[in-house]
Design a protein around this ligand. Structure first.
Ligand code: T46
Length: 134
């Protein structure tokens, strides 16, 4: 069983005008966001890295994507296919983003600013790092 991720239903209000979904610090997510970014016009698979410290809240506001999470022993695939379905990753897991569908747009709220030093971009290195650090 993989630890360090959570699938959450994002609160939404749906009425005759349409839908609004929202996330507030302290409710669904217990880490502060310092950065937001979004993936779109996606041509190929993405990710293929681990973040050592970064925590993320990920959701697909349009289309769908398969998120592969791997703790160096086990692997799970989570489909994000609704704007009110969120994925929280708060441990250093390897992730791959695959099967982007229907002009997918993926939004990420991240606990920190961009830092290339926080990435492990080789799976072999990730396995070694996991053995030494977790
Ligand atoms: C993640 C998955 C799900 C920046 O300069 N600033 C930024 O805030 C970001 C997100 C990226 N970049 C630069 C760094 C690279 O030169 O944009 C380029 C592509 O970034 P990256 O290789 O991280 O792209 P993905 O799609 O593999 O990963 C992204 C997120 O960066 C990452 O945190 O978990 O989406």
């Amino acid at each position: 069983m993989i630890k360090g991720y959570k699938i959450v239903e994002i609160p939404s209000v749906i009425d005759e005008r349409g839908s609004v979904s929202f996330v507030e610090l302290g409710q669904l997510v217990n880490f502060a966001f310092k950065r937001a970014y979004w993936l779109y016009n996606i041509k190929t698979e993405r990710g293929f890295h681990c973040h050592k410290k970064l925590k993320q809240f990920i959701f697909c506001i349009h289309g769908s994507v398969d998120c592969v999470l791997d703790d160096a022993k086990n692997r799970i695939i989570i489909k994000l296919d609704s704007p009110n379905k969120g994925l929280i990753i708060d441990q250093p897991l390897w992730r791959e983003m695959k099967n982007f569908n229907n002009s997918a747009c993926v939004v990420v709220l991240a606990s920190d600013t961009y830092d290339e030093e926080d990435y492990i971009r080789s799976y072999q290195e990730f396995k070694k790092w996991t053995d030494c650090n977790l």
